[in-house]
Write a protein of this length. Structure first.
Length: 146
C-alpha cells in the first residue's frame, strides 16, 4: 500500500478497508501482513475465537488506539460507527480485506460461521481507560447493509 494512502487512512478517522494479498497454492494459503504498510505500529495482537454463530461482540471504541481486524477463519460481519454517527457494514473473510478502526470509532462484530476467528492488531497495550461505549444502541437494521 502506498504511503500516501496510509496517511489518508490515518488522518480520516473513518474506518477503512485495506486489501490483503493472499498467496494460494497446493500447499495452502499464506496471508502476509507487512507492518510497514499499516496506518499504525502494532503493539499488541490478540485472537477472538470459539464465538457462537450469530453472537455479537465488541460494541466499544478507543479514545487513542487503532485496531486492524482480520478474519483468520470463517466470515465475520462488522458494523462500524464513526465519530459523525455514520454506520457501515463490512464483511471480513479470510484473505480478502482487513478493516482499520481508527480512534473515535465503535465496532461490533457478528460471527457468521462456527469456525470464525478474528485476528486483531492493536496500536496500544491494553488500557481500560482507553475504551468508550456509545449511549446509542446498534439498531438491528445495521446488519442488513446498504
Amino acid at each position: 500500500m502506498p504511503s500516501d494512502k496510509i496517511t489518508q487512512i490515518n488522518e480520516s478517522r473513518t474506518p477503512a478497508t485495506i486489501a490483503l494479498a493472499s498467496v494460494v497454492d497446493n500447499r495452502g494459503r499464506l496471508l502476509p501482513v507487512d507492518f510497514s504498510g499499516l496506518p499504525f505500529a502494532p503493539r499488541r495482537v490478540f485472537f477472538v475465537s470459539d464465538v457462537p454463530v450469530g453472537h455479537i461482540r465488541g460494541g466499544h471504541g478507543h479514545h487513542t488506539g487503532h485496531q486492524l481486524l482480520i478474519a483468520a477463519q470463517g466470515e465475520i460481519n462488522v458494523v462500524t460507527r464513526d465519530s459523525s454517527g455514520a454506520e457501515t457494514l463490512h464483511l471480513l473473510r479470510l484473505g480478502s480485506v482487513a478493516l482499520h478502526i481508527p480512534p473515535g470509532c465503535i465496532a461490533w462484530q457478528k460471527y457468521l460461521s462456527k469456525s470464525a476467528s478474528l485476528l486483531v492488531l492493536a496500536s496500544n497495550h491494553y488500557d481500560p481507560a482507553d475504551y468508550f461505549y456509545s449511549d446509542l444502541a446498534l439498531p438491528d437494521s445495521a446488519w442488513d447493509g446498504p
